[in-house]
Design a protein around this ligand. Structure first.
Ligand code: GMT
Length: 380
């Protein structure tokens, strides 16, 4: 099939999922066209089956806000016509579903019928999408999608609670490609990061408020008082400066490494023992899943879709949001001795295998087939 994928090209989870999905689809013989404002960070190879089309938004001084949705929908129309694209898959509702619907309607005027799949990722619903300034448009574009999927059951429930949804929402969980993890980084070069006797604790995110970055630092503060350890903070975002300041105040600066955004997540996870994810809200927690497939145990909050990924007492532990003392206690329980840590690491890996792409890709392919077959039906 010829598939256009619209996503954010940045380090965020939705862009990562969209990119990995596109790469996997191309591997299965589909022709995949990424349409976004920059080449997605995890998209290294372009070729016969993988294309990238950049959306340019020309600056015009009259506009206080440059109209990205307009440029995106025009680009979609042109690309669909030029390459004979058969299906549109938009990741993150805002503004992609809205722009996608406009493209669909414009194409319809020319007798081209293209189904649109919208995948909801989390903050497009739980944070940004529900804001009264966006809500009507988000509600409208979800209802106008041919198929709506969400990355967890929890997100499906939140969407139904927040919006007036007239469509089925199918849950298609996020995934990882296990085949990529079998040989990579057998030598983790752990010694570059920590001493032999130290545990390595890691956090990866976009450092937004919703991630509760200060909790990560406070939990680590408690851990390092009990056992020798280092904290690796990966990512960039608004809370980073405060996090660095907090480390300074707590006098743990020498034990915390801020690495910034990285395209070497697996290399970092390879030498990590424990992953901390104390988020306020999390529709899935892709970062936790990536940790687990790298045999890293997880201590997380017990919100949203995280319990669908991190299993209590198996791959790690889950506590209430903001329970810093509880999280530290659970982390210490995992890290206390090598045998216990090893057991959690192995179980984290086993739990993650359930999300192997080989189980998830066919679900998307089935949805595509169905949507394509009924493309003349949804002409609203
Ligand atoms: O974590 C973020 O804030 C980024 C955001 C995104 O849209 O890129 O992540 C959301 O989508 C990910 C992929 O589906 C999920 O794993 C994250 O849980 C979700 N984030 C939130 O719900 C806060």
């Amino acid at each position: 099939m010829k598939i256009a994928i619209v996503c954010y090209p940045t380090f965020g989870g939705s862009g990562v999922v969209a990119t990995e999905l596109g790469i996997a689809l191309a591997g299965r013989g589909h022709e995949v066209h990424f349409i976004t404002y920059k080449q997605p960070v995890r998209l290294e190879l372009l070729g016969n089956n993988i294309h990238f089309h950049e959306v340019h938004v020309p600056e015009y001084p009259l506009f206080h806000y440059q109209p990205y949705e307009l440029a995106l929908s025009s680009k979609l129309v042109d690309t669909v016509k030029l390459y004979g694209i058969e299906l549109l898959h938009v990741h993150y509702a805002i503004p992609h579903a809205y722009a996608g619907y406009m493209a669909k309607k414009m194409l319809q005027e020319e007798g081209i019928f293209i189904p649109m799949i919208t995948t909801l990722h989390g903050t497009d619903i739980t944070l940004v999408g529900k804001h009264p300034f966006y809500k009507p448009a988000v509600n409208f574009s979800i209802n106008k999608s041919d198929v709506v999927t969400s990355v967890s059951e929890a997100l499906r429930q939140s969407t139904l609670q927040i919006f007036d949804i007239k469509k089925e929402i199918e849950v298609v969980p996020n995934f990882i490609d296990i085949s990529k993890y079998s040989q990579e980084y057998t030598d983790c070069q752990r010694s570059l990061m920590a001493n032999e006797d130290e545990r390595i604790i890691t956090h990866i995110s976009n450092f937004r408020k919703v991630k509760r970055i200060p909790d990560v630092i406070k939990v680590f503060f408690k851990i390092q008082k009990e056992i020798p350890s280092k904290l690796i903070m990966v990512g960039e975002g608004p809370e980073k400066e405060y996090a660095e300041q907090l480390c300074d105040e707590l006098k743990i600066k020498d034990k915390v490494l801020f690495l910034g955004n990285s395209t070497e997540i697996d290399r970092i996870l390879c030498f990590s023992d424990l992953f901390l994810l104390p988020s306020e809200s999390e529709s899935f927690g892709l970062a936790a899943l990536e940790a687990m497939i790298n045999k890293v145990a997880v201590v997380s909050s017990n919100v949203g879709g995280i319990p669908e990924v991190n299993k209590q007492g198996v791959s790690g532990y889950l506590t209430e949001v903001g329970d810093v003392a509880g999280m530290a206690a659970k982390a210490l329980e995992i890290l206390k001795d090598d045998a216990t840590l090893e057991k959690f690491k192995e179980n984290a890996y086993k739990t993650a295998t359930k999300f192997d792409i080989v189980h998830i890709l066919p679900l998307y392919e089935e949805i595509y087939e169905k949507a394509y077959k009924s493309r003349y039906k949804n002409t609203y």
